[in-house]
Write a protein that binds this ligand. Structure first.
Ligand code: AR6
Length: 206
C-alpha cells in the first residue's frame, strides 16, 4: 500500500535565483522527490524529450504569473499554437483539471503542457481538480514520450491554493503515477522563484 504523503509546511528557503536543492523525500529505494527552486522558463534537461507545465486558464491564450512568463519566453508562436487548440465550448480550450500540449518554440524544452488548476475559493472540490490537473499533465507527457517534466505550483498564485495543501496533492499524485508506471523512478519537486515549486520526473541515473 502507498504510504500517505502530507506536507505540513513548505518554504522557499529565502530569495535568490540559485537552483540548490532544498528538501529531499525518499519515497522508496528507487524513487526520490526533491524540492528545489529556479525559474521554470530556464529549465531544460535535453531539449528533445522534456516539457514544462504552464498554469494556464481555460481560454489558454496567456495571462499573468507563470503563464505570462512562459508566453514571453516562448515567443508569439506559442500564442498562435494555443489559438489552434480547438475550443470544447465557447472560450474554453482546456477545462479545469485537464491538459493540452503544444511545442515550446523559443523555450529550451521541447513542449509546453498547459493545464488549468482550480480557483481555490470558487471551484467545488479543488483537491480533486488539482489532482486531475497533475495527473492529466503526467498522462499527456507519457503519451508524448516526454521523459522530464517540470511543474510550477499550479493554482498557488492568483488562484489562491495554499502551498502546503497543494504540495501534498502534487506529491501524492506524482507518487501514484510513478507507482503505476514503473519506468518513472526518480521524482524531483522543484521550487520556483519566490513562491513556486514544481516537479521533475526522470529516468534512473539522470
Ligand atoms: N517560474 C516558476 N514559477 C513561477 C514563475 C516562473 N517564471 N512565475 C510565477 N511563478 P500563477 P495560478 C509561480 O498565478 O495560481 C494566470 O494569469 C508563482 O509564484 O501563475 O494557477 C493564468 O493565465 C506561483 O507559485 O498561476 C491564469 O489566469 C505559481 O507560479 C491564472 O494566472 C502559480 O501562480 C492561473 O493562476
Amino acid at each position: 500500500a502507498a504510504a500517505a504523503v502530507r506536507v505540513s509546511s513548505i518554504s522557499n528557503g529565502g530569495g535568490g535565483d540559485d537552483d540548490r536543492q532544498l528538501v529531499q523525500f525518499v519515497l522508496s529505494s528507487s524513487s526520490a522527490l526533491k524540492i528545489q527552486k529556479g525559474d521554470i522558463t530556464k529549465w531544460s534537461v535535453d531539449g528533445a524529450s522534456d516539457a514544462i507545465v504552464n498554469a494556464a486558464n481555460e481560454r489558454m491564450l496567456g495571462g499573468g504569473g507563470v503563464d505570462g512568463a512562459i508566453h514571453r519566453a516562448a515567443g508569439p508562436e506559442l500564442r498562435a499554437a494555443c489559438v489552434d487548440v480547438p475550443e470544447v465550448r465557447p472560450g474554453v480550450r482546456c477545462p479545469t483539471g485537464e491538459a493540452r500540449i503544444t511545442p515550446a518554440f523559443r523555450l529550451p524544452v521541447s513542449h509546453v503542457v498547459h493545464t488549468v488548476g482550480p480557483i481555490y475559493d470558487v471551484d467545488r472540490h479543488p483537491e480533486d481538480l488539482l489532482r486531475s490537473a497533475y495527473r492529466s499533465c503526467l498522462t499527456l507527457a507519457k503519451e508524448n514520450n516526454i521523459l522530464y517534466i517540470a511543474f510550477p505550483a499550479i493554482s498557488c498564485g492568483v488562484y489562491g491554493y495554499p502551498y502546503a495543501e497543494a504540495a501534498t496533492v502534487a506529491i501524492s499524485t506524482v507518487k501514484e503515477f510513478a507507482e503505476d508506471f514503473k519506468e518513472v523512478l526518480s521524482i524531483t519537486l522543484r521550487s520556483y522563484g519566490l513562491f513556486g515549486w514544481g516537479i521533475k520526473l526522470s529516468k534512473p541515473g539522470l
